[in-house]
Design a protein around this ligand. Structure first.
Ligand code: NAP
Length: 478
């Protein structure tokens, strides 16, 4: 019986567990540091948290959910979906909650992995599948005096619901995907909102809608209707990817739509110039919103575009010497996304340290397999994030590929051949080097300049390349 350990019970861990169970593997243990499934969808409870890819597409193809309340489902819907899958596929009994993995060590003699948790438990398995996400560790900015602030201060992914923002002066630092969702939600309730923007995001119209009871009934009774909606969004997001990556004329059209959308929303204000992005379209994630700009233009909001110099006990000081007095600070400053697998220590064949091997930046064949790390298969690994499209689709591809790998590697640990991974990496980095994500600062790149998070193609290409596990690309180790 193949013994398998999965780290994380978020979208990725559940995707892997479901696929493996469907393939007949039942000796699974899932280590989850939290007390519930859901990963980032358990942790991100900030006001307005919702997916920014339409839910009929942001879900597993084999598990459509006719119950989405909106096209862009809010966080409680998505967490509910993941809890439902856990029950429906009988995953719950495999999960060890409150178990943070500290280390994983491969033993060449036995061909097994020993997993140790921070509370001292150890487990020996044949296959290790880390599914710890890319956006699970909040990044707090390194700003002087950050700890000196006297009031409540928290990150968007660690929302402090005990703090009542009504009537307060609130600072939001950052204007990325999380901030543009939360700003419109809190703006009507606070007395003064100060938004600190380092770079303006490109926005596109959010074609959201409430799914009526009739629509949901139709999704349930005629599943093809939801499949059709899924297909339409698949095509649209693939089109956006093609526009951003390959087709300049198409990109100019989409950028024009974005600028039109933004200008139209800011027509009666003098904010247009300051909210206009000054970097190439697509270099940072393009965001979908209809309510962010009107919220920033509201009379109780100040948009500050001058750099932050320090946090003081009473607020934020900017480089022009201005003191912005606030009662609460919200950090919408993103995640330490390039630090794959941190803080877990992983040793492969002959004691190789994964962090040392990834000194120049994380890399893996198809985002899944790392040379010298036998029977280790990553979910949402390096270069599998998307500029546009559904990560859930990518996870499904990875889970299918891994299920095939597990079947092939039964009884003899397999690691991807170094030359196969090298050729793949050369190709990928060649495509990424002069690509759109190298043209501005973003969270996809490491100091060496390598883009380590994003996949440089369409999801169709990724699907094609991960469809079949090729045994000849791997070598036995042990
Ligand atoms: P993010 O997109 O990385 O945005 C962080 C923001 O903080 C940026 O505006 C950044 O400015 C700013 N910032 C960082 N450090 C700063 C500093 N020292 N001073 C001033 N500003 C600073 O983070 P996020 O909004 O949390 O989103 C991260 C990712 O999570 C998204 O790209 C998306 O993939 C995912 N997400 C998805 C959803 C969804 O709907 N599915 C929702 C939320 C998040 P710069 O741009 O200048 O660096």
């Amino acid at each position: 019986m193949t013994r398998i350990a999965i780290i994380g019970a978020g979208f990725g861990g559940l995707a892997a567990a479901i696929e493996l169970k469907r393939a007949g593997f039942d000796d699974l243990v899932i280590f989850e540091r939290g007390e519930d499934v859901g990963g980032v969808w358990r942790e991100n409870t900030y006001p307005g948290a919702a997916c920014d890819i339409p839910s009929p597409y942001y879900s597993f193809s084999y598990a459509p959910n006719p119950g989405w309340s909106r096209r862009f489902a809010p966080q409680p819907d998505i967490l509910g979906y993941l809890r439902h899958l856990t029950t429906a596929y009988d995953i719950g009994r495999h999960i060890r909650f409150g178990a943070a993995v500290a280390s994983a060590d491969f033993d060449r003699a036995t061909g097994t992995w020993t997993i140790a948790t921070s509370n001292g438990d150890t487990v020996e398995v044949d296959i290790l599948i880390p599914a710890v996400g890319q956006l699970s560790r909040p990044a707090l900015p390194d700003i002087e005096g950050r700890d000196s602030f006297a009031g409540p201060a928290f990150h968007s992914a660690r929302w402090d619901h005990s703090v009542d923002l009504r009537g307060k002066r609130v600072a939001v630092i950052g204007t990325g995907a999380s901030a543009i969702q939360l700003v419109p939600q809190i703006q009507p309730h606070v007395s003064r909102l100060t938004v600190f923007q380092r770079s303006a995001p490109y926005l596109l119209p959010r074609l959201d809608t409430r799914f009526s009871r009739l629509r949901r009934g139709l999704f349930a009774k005629v599943p093809l209707t939801q499949t059709a909606e899924r297909g339409a969004w698949f095509a649209l997001t693939e089109g956006l990817t093609v526009a951003i990556l390959y087709a300049r004329p198409l990109k100019r059209v989409v950028e024009a739509v974005s600028r039109w959308h933004m200008t139209r929303q800011l027509r009666d204000t003098d904010l247009g110039e300051r909210l206009s992005p000054d970097y190439p379209f697509g270099c940072k994630r393009v965001l979908f919103s209809n309510d962010y700009l009107p919220a920033v233009a509201a009379p109780n909001v100040d948009l500050v575009t001058i750099g932050i110099e320090a946090i003081t006990p009473t607020g934020v000081r900017t480089a022009d010497g201005a003191e912005h007095q606030v009662d609460v600070i919200v950090y919408g400053t993103g995640f330490t996304a390039t630090d794959f697998l941190a803080p877990i220590t992983v040793h492969g064949a002959d004691g190789r340290d994964l962090r040392a091997q990834w000194r120049e930046g994380a890399r893996a064949y198809l985002g899944v397999s790392v040379p010298h790390f036998p029977n280790l298969f990553l979910m949402y690994g390096p270069n599998t994030n998307l500029g546009s499209g559904s990560i859930v689709f990518m996870l499904e591809c990875q889970a299918r590929y891994i299920a095939q790998a597990v079947r092939m590697s039964a009884g003899r640990p397999l690691a991807v051949r170094p030359e196969v991974e090298q050729e793949y990496d050369d190709e990928l980095q060649g495509r990424l080097r002069d690509g759109v994500w190298s043209k501005c600062s973003n969270w996809y790149r490491v100091a060496s300049g390598r883009v380590v998070n994003n996949w440089p193609g369409t999801v169709s290409e990724y699907r094609r390349r991960t469809r079949h596990f090729r045994r000849d690309e791997y070598e036995p180790v042990g």
